[in-house]
Design a protein around this ligand. Structure first.
Ligand code: FE2
Length: 431
């Protein structure tokens, strides 16, 4: 994009403006089936009200784009900085996360007006020549970061809403869900072998958008291993449950054993046992557990205990990425009516469902790659400061927006967390 090539500049601008509008509209569309009361719910400290997500993603653009590129523009409402700043200490103090459900004002209509105003100001900025200015490339990159951030929150809208709805004894339906294609029951999993040796992981510079935590690209050494050709199913997980998996200390990490006792875990989140049958709450309401579906809403501790019970282990993130790097990023990502994993069928041919359906826990600490440096300023708080005590998940889920995931993508959560669509893929050493 250079000023000497006005045609290309216009095309670039137009593409970014279109993409901005589409991603922002997708967030509002997620809230369309919801009432203002639904949008206000906060069911636990880790989850936020839908209305808060709608406002926070807007605050992100207002703070990290408009304030920097249009410093003369007054904020839409000065109180939003305190209410809708998530965790950027470099910007200022924040309203406590566990109490976001208390923010009944601004209401939904006001938050939607906030979105419209910021969207109009952003469009004016992008179409007004700022992309051709001296910081044009930086502006385009910052807007793209805001859009990728917005897509992360689109996933959180679904997972936070699911957690809130699961507390309602009426088992609310967010929208009716597709069941996936019918087919034969999944066969026992087979494993795909990989030779050991040197491998390269991490995002290549210049290869398109990636978060800073995905780089720099670097060498790793892998021992020979094999990776399950498909994720673990609910049927397999049920066998672990029925084999007293939750009551056998030899299967559990010490922290996991304590967490399971403390929270009374006896099955994945959203599972319940009634009338001699296992049920699960989904965004399509309550339904029987389908043994053919990939198991989801398990913590790292449960994934790890299951793997030990199955005489296997969880893959390292470098193994996962090495296996995924040459494969197309295709799978069951979020779409209306698809907000639940689809069942598996028959024999797996090659590595199935690496992308989409469920995030796959890895055994890897969420740690900086060699030579990693966060960006300067408050925006540098985006990823780097969370690199402590969390585990990496890979592959995206049925709640991840299409086009958002990639082989190098590193999601991260604390090992006890299970409200994301988190699942299990097994690995084993090869001798
Ligand atoms: Fe955020």
């Amino acid at each position: 994009m250079t000023p000497s090539d006005p045609g290309a500049t216009t095309a670039c601008e137009a593409a970014l403006v279109r993409r901005y509008a589409a991603v922002r509209a997708a967030t509002v569309a997620l809230a369309a089936p919801l009432s203002p009361e639904d949008c206000a719910l906060q069911s636990m400290p880790d989850a936020s009200p839908v209305r808060w997500h709608l406002a926070h993603t807007t605050w992100f653009f207002e703070t990290f784009v408009l304030r920097e590129w249009r410093p003369e523009r007054p904020p839409f409402d000065p109180s939003h900085e305190y209410l809708f700043n998530s965790y950027y200490n470099g910007i200022g103090a924040q309203f406590p996360r566990p109490r976001r459900g208390m923010i009944s004002r601004p209401g939904l209509e006001e938050v939607l007006r906030y979105r419209e105003q910021v969207d109009a100001d952003l469009a004016e900025l992008l179409e007004g020549g700022a992309l051709e200015g001296p910081r044009g490339e930086e502006l385009a990159a910052r807007v793209e970061l805001g859009l990728q951030h917005e897509q992360q929150h689109q996933e959180l809208v679904l997972t936070d809403l699911k957690h809130a709805f699961s507390e309602n004894p009426l088992h609310p339906v967010y929208r009716p869900l597709e069941r996936g294609a019918a087919g034969p029951a999944p066969a026992p999993t087979s494993f795909e072998p990989f030779e050991g040796g040197e491998a390269w992981i991490g995002a290549r510079e210049g290869s398109g958008f990636h978060f800073d935590n995905e780089g720099p690209r670097h060498r790793v050494h892998l021992e020979a291993f094999e990776l399950a050709r498909r994720p673990v199913t609910c049927g397999e997980y049920l066998a672990f449950v029925e084999d007293d998996g939750y009551r056998r200390p030899e299967l559990w990490l010490s922290d996991g054993w304590d967490a399971a006792r403390e929270h009374g875990w006896q099955a994945p989140l959203y599972w319940s046992h009634q009338d001699d049958r296992w049920w699960q709450y989904t965004l399509g309401g309550l339904r029987p557990v389908d043994p053919a579906e990939p198991v989801t809403h398990v913590s790292y501790y449960e994934a790890d205990a299951f793997a030990r019970w199955a005489d296997a282990r969880l893959p390292g993130e470098a193994e996962w990425e090495h296996a995924a790097s040459e494969r197309p990023v295709e799978g069951h990502f979020a779409r209306p009516g698809g907000e639940h994993p689809f069942p598996l069928h028959g024999e797996a041919h090659g590595l199935e469902r690496l992308f989409g359906d469920v995030w796959e826990w890895t055994a890897s600490d969420y740690a900086p790659y060699p030579r990693y440096r966060p960006a300067e300023g408050a925006i540098g708080e985006y990823n780097g400061k969370f690199m402590c005590n969390q585990r990496v998940l890979r592959g995206g889920s049925c709640a991840t927006p299409e086009g958002h995931a990639r082989a190098t993508y590193r999601n991260f959560f604390y090992p006890h967390m299970r409200w994301q669509f988190s699942g299990i893929r097994l690995a084993r050493w090869l001798r």
